[in-house]
Design a protein around this ligand. Sequence first.
Ligand code: HEC
Ligand code: HEC
Ligand code: HEC
Ligand code: HEC
Ligand code: HEC
Ligand code: HEC
Length: 252
Amino acid sequence: MKSKDAVGDWLATAHAQAGVNCSGCHKGGQDGAEAAGAASWVRRPDHKACATCHEPEAKGYLAGKHGMRLAEGLAPMTPARARQPMHARARATELGCTSCHGAHRFDTRKAAVEACVSCHRDGHTAAYERSPHYALWRKELAGELPAGSGVSCASCHLPRDEYRVPGLDAKRVVVQHNQNDNLRPNEKMIRPVCMSCHGLGYSIDALADAKLVRDNFAGKPAGHIKSLDMVAIRVKELEEKRRRKSAVATAK
Ligand code: HEC
Ligand code: HEC
Ligand code: HEC
Ligand code: HEC
Ligand code: HEC
Ligand code: HEC
C-alpha cells in the first residue's frame, strides 16, 4: 500500500477524528526499534499495537478461535488450518485485527458481513443471504431502516457486551470479539441477541431447530418446545403464591 492511499483512508476514520495519527499505530516499540531513531516505523503493526488502546476487544479476540493461536504465541490462524469449509482464495489470509477491519478504514459494517463471507464458506454462511435478517441488514445499509434494525453475522457472533473496566467501578459497552463466547450451547445467544427483537419462546424454538440454524433462520421453527410452557406455568404459580402471601401480610 502507498502512503498516499493510507492517508486518504485514515482521514475518513474515527481514528483521524480522535487524533490517533500514523505513529499511534506505526511507532516502534521496546524491541530495539527505538535505537534505530527516526527509522522506528513498524511496517505492519499487529494486534498488540491495537491493544494499547482497545484492550477489551483484543482480549476477546485472543480468547476465540480467530485469535487463539496468537494467544499461544503460534503463527496466526488461517483458513488453510480450518476444519470448517473456507474459500480457497482466502487460504493464506492470516487472522488479525485487520483481516476484518482493513488497515486504515476500520469500517465496522464491512467487518460485520463482507469480511466474514470472504473466508467462511459453510452452508449456514451461504444461507444467510436468503434470510429475512439479511434483507433487514441490506435495508439498514441503504439507509432505509435505522441503525440496529438489521441482523448481521456480527449481531449474533460478535454482539455488544458489557465490560467491567479493571480497577474502576465502571462499565463500558464493547463488541465481544470472542466469537466462541456464545456459540455453544447456542441458547447463550437468546438473551443478549435474539431477545432484543424476539420473544423468549420463539427464540428457544428457533435455536432448537438444527435445520433452521443450518438455513440461517430463513424459515419458521419446525417445533415448539413444551418445557417453556411448563416454565411459564410454574412462574405464574409462584407469582400467585407470592401475591397471596403478601395479601396475608398486609391483612395482619
Ligand atoms: C489504527 C492503526 C493505524 C493507523 C492510525 C495508521 N496505520 Fe498504517 N497500517 C496499520 C496496519 C495494522 C497496517 C498493516 C496492514 C496489514 O498487515 O495488511 C498498516 C500498513 C500501512 C502501510 C503499508 C505497509 C507495507 O509495507 O505494506 C503503510 C504505507 C501505512 N500503513 C501508512 C500509514 C500512514 C501514512 C498513516 C497515517 C496517515 C497510517 N498508516 C496510520 C495500522 C495503522
Ligand atoms: C492510540 C490509540 C489507538 C490505537 C493504537 C488504535 N486505536 Fe482504534 N480507536 C481509537 C479511538 C480513540 C477510537 C475512536 C473512539 C472509539 O470508538 O472508541 C478508535 C476507534 C476504532 C474503531 C471503531 C471505528 C468506528 O468507525 O466506529 C475500530 C474498529 C478500531 N478503532 C480498530 C483499531 C484497530 C484494529 C487498531 C490496530 C490496528 C486500532 N484501532 C488502534 C484509538 C486507537
Ligand atoms: C472476525 C472479524 C473481526 C476481527 C478479527 C476483529 N474485529 Fe473488531 N469488530 C468487528 C465487527 C463486526 C465490529 C462491529 C460490530 C458491530 O458494530 O456490531 C467490530 C468493532 C470493533 C471496534 C468498535 C466497537 C468497540 O468495541 O468499541 C473496535 C475498537 C474493534 N472492533 C477493535 C478490534 C481489534 C483491536 C481487533 C484485534 C484484536 C479486532 N477488532 C478484530 C469484527 C472484527
Ligand atoms: C481471514 C478469514 C476469516 C475471517 C475474515 C473471519 N473468519 Fe471466522 N474463522 C476463520 C477460521 C480459519 C476459523 C477456525 C475454523 C476452524 O477451526 O475450523 C474461524 C472460526 C469461526 C467461528 C468458530 C467456529 C467454531 O465452530 O468454533 C465462528 C463462529 C466464526 N469464525 C465467525 C466469523 C464471523 C461472524 C466473522 C465476521 C465477523 C468471521 N468469522 C470472519 C476465518 C475467518
Ligand atoms: C441470527 C443469528 C445468526 C446469524 C445472523 C448468523 N449466525 Fe452463525 N451461527 C448461529 C448459531 C445459533 C450457530 C450454531 C451454534 C451451534 O449450535 O453449534 C451458528 C454457527 C456458526 C458457525 C459454526 C458452524 C459450525 O458448523 O460449527 C459459523 C462459522 C458461523 N455461524 C458463521 C456465521 C457467518 C459467517 C454469518 C453471516 C454470513 C452468520 N454465522 C450468521 C447464529 C447466527
Ligand atoms: C435486530 C433484531 C433481531 C435480532 C437481534 C434477531 N432477529 Fe430474528 N428476525 C427479526 C425480524 C424483524 C424478523 C422478521 C423479518 C420479516 O418478517 O421480514 C426476523 C425473523 C426471524 C425468523 C423467521 C424467518 C422467516 O423466514 O420467517 C427466525 C426463525 C428468527 N428471526 C430467529 C432469530 C434468532 C434465533 C435470533 C437470535 C440468535 C434472532 N432471530 C435475532 C429481527 C431480529
